[in-house]
Design a protein. Structure first.
Length: 105
């Protein structure tokens, strides 16, 4: 049986927890016949996406928001990519990953 976590344990692990690297995962996207790399979202990004799903005017952009902020390869924030796709003012390259594909990620 595992021991109970104490305040002393949490304090001792403080630095290790602060320096924790975000997890990444390589995913195959069938519709693109290619692999992409995503990383664990910051809690603030996840919170924003959840809020977006509850707003009828923004709910269709929640998946795009998550993909834009979690995909690290390819980098959807790349200026050349955004220019080529004519991305909207907020920078989302929704054209590169239409809504139907986002749910795969």
């Amino acid at each position: 049986m595992a021991k109970k976590l104490t305040i002393t344990d949490l304090i001792a692990q403080k630095e290790r927890l602060k320096q924790k690297k975000k997890r990444t995962q390589t995913l195959y996207v069938e519709s693109l016949d290619a692999e992409v790399v995503i990383q664990e979202p910051a809690s603030s990004i996840a919170d924003e996406a959840i809020e977006m799903t509850q707003d009828p005017q923004k709910s269709d952009m929640a998946d795009v928001h998550m993909v834009y902020h979690t995909m690290i390869e390819p980098n959807l924030k790349d200026a050349e990519l955004q220019k080529a796709y004519g991305c909207v003012a907020d920078g989302y390259c929704a054209h590169a990953f239409p809504l139907g594909r986002n749910s795969q990620l």
